[in-house]
Design a protein around this ligand. Structure first.
Ligand code: MN
Length: 259
């Protein structure tokens, strides 16, 4: 197997080293990752600045962009053959429920899927992020890579994997959970007396819903959530048919300012 490994914590993170080291059991691993931490950049792509890529060690490329840039550049520029698999992580901290669209880790797997390469994102839902603490997650990544190799992923589907802090009790197929948001904007004054704001600083919880990523991880299991790129809410069609959008008179929209 040819495996492209990336992350959003930056190429120096022990999580990416543990991941790359363990995946080498399955073939050649090429790391293409941001040259610094780029967490919570989501699916951002650098379109208005040049990108640089430096091979800091053999098969270890540091890219001056986002995780999505790294995957894009890896697949289309730096790696001669198309990878068989892209693995993104191991992230410092979980990526579950409503947090997924913020996550650079998850977006990197999404980008690979857009390019037709099977992918999964993997995050360690712990507190201490030493190399050794990432090892159970790295072993889970190897297991899942083998499963993908054997069974193939469904079309347009990638996996979001979260590993609990304590030794995992097993794996569970899960759905995306729901966050409980609190008023978490911190307002304060800077040394020059001006207000500043800090978002995302509060303690966030999750709803206790069985079958979700959070519930599995909370109960000591590795959560595996299949995601797809189609964000359409098909269940909404039934209710929205009552809006009769097809029959709305849009003549007024076209005549704006001309009456
Ligand atoms: Mn991160």
């Amino acid at each position: 197997m040819l495996i492209l490994v990336t992350n959003d914590d930056g190429i120096q993170s022990p999580g990416i080293s543990a991941l790359a080291d363990h995946l080498k059991a399955l073939g050649r691993v090429i790391v293409v990752a941001p040259d610094r931490e780029r967490s919570a950049v989501g699916h951002a792509l650098t379109l208005h600045a040049p990108l640089r890529a430096e091979e800091v060690a053999p098969d270890f490329w540091a890219v001056s962009g986002t995780p999505t840039d790294a995957v894009n550049l890896g697949i289309h520029g730096l790696i001669k053959d198309k990878p068989d698999l892209v693995v993104s992580g191991i992230n410092r901290g979980g990526n579950m429920g409503d947090d997924l669209t913020y996550s650079g880790t998850v977006a990197a797997a999404m980008e690979a899927t857009l390019m037709g390469v099977p992918a999964f994102a993997i995050s360690f839902s712990g507190q201490e992020f030493s190399y050794d603490n990432f090892i159970p997650s790295a072993k889970a990544a190897v297991l899942l890579a083998k499963q993908i190799n054997q069974h193939n992923l469904p079309a347009d589907t990638f996996l979001n994997v979260n590993v609990p802090e304590k030794e995992p009790r097993g794996m569970r197929l899960t759905r995306q959970g729901k966050r409980v948001y609190q008023d978490s904007v911190v307002q304060n004054k800077d040394p020059r007396g001006r207000n500043y704001y800090w978002i995302g600083a509060g303690e966030l919880g999750f709803q206790e819903l069985e079958g979700t990523d959070f519930h599995a991880v909370q109960n000591g299991f590795i959560s595996v959530t299949p995601l797809h790129l189609d964000l359409t809410n098909y269940a909404a069609f039934d209710r929205m048919r009552q809006w009769h959008l097809d029959d709305l008179d849009v003549i007024d929209l076209n005549n704006q300012g001309q009456e």
